[in-house]
Design a protein around this ligand. Structure first.
Ligand code: SF4
Length: 212
């Protein structure tokens, strides 16, 4: 018999898939990283262009490496040597066939909360790339939208901010101080509640703890 946590993730994952589909997203539940990688590659036609933005989970399931090694035109912002080069790649990603990203938090009823600093990630989520694939560990799934918002603001963002230099309250204390700092990564907060055109945004939910 599967471990309690696996069963818990699977049951919630299947419910969330149904709720996401009712909002016109494509959605899949994968038990582990390996299944998630194979499902993601199925959704990206060979020969097309792919980019990503701030996507630890995409790295963790091996998807970034797989597309770099595969037959794809990759906009790899992580290999940029200068800030100017990175900005240019981020602009090109807006025209990519597929955009890959992780999630800050999801609610069981099928909505996603995304927090962004410069806005490149939420911009591509909302409009631009033909297809968006969101890969999310089931640890990101909260019971309702209020809890998802709370997770994004009090767990995902302060944890994410630790990767950057700059004095924000959360960098010092680990706790969000609702700052207005120039270094804040919490400048855009987006709720994605429905998908138009239908199927443009695809969710791959993974039955493991992934990302921040
Ligand atoms: S302190 Fe500022 S940067 Fe840190 S999580 Fe809160 S709003 Fe975001």
């Amino acid at each position: 018999m599967a471990a309690p946590k696996e069963l818990y993730f699977e049951k919630r994952g299947k419910l969330l898939v149904k709720n996401l589909q009712s909002r016109h997203f494509e959605a899949y539940y994968c038990a582990n990283k390996e299944e998630a990688l194979s499902k993601a590659l199925e959704l990206i036609p060979e020969g097309t262009s792919v980019g990503w933005g701030g996507a630890l989970t995409v790295q963790q399931i091996g998807l970034a490496d797989a597309v770099k090694k595969g037959n794809y035109h990759v906009f790899d912002r992580d290999s940029c040597k200068t800030p100017e080069e990175k900005t240019q790649i981020q602009q090109q990603i807006m025209f990519a066939d597929t955009f890959l990203m992780g999630a800050n938090a999801l609610s069981l009823d099928g909505q996603m909360v995304s927090i962004d600093g410069t806005g490149n990630r939420v911009a591509a989520l909302i409009y631009g790339p033909k297809s968006v694939i969101v890969v999310a560990g089931m640890n990101k799934v909260m019971d309702n939208l209020e809890q998802a918002y709370h997770r994004a603001r009090t767990v995902a963002a302060p944890t994410n901010q630790q990767r950057f230099e700059g004095a924000t309250p959360c960098t010092v204390t680990g706790v969000c101080g609702d700052c207005k700092s120039e270094c804040s990564i919490c400048n855009q907060i987006v709720i994605t509640r429905n998908c138009r055109p239908a199927g443009r945004i695809k969710f791959i939910l993974v039955g493991e703890e992934l990302g921040l």
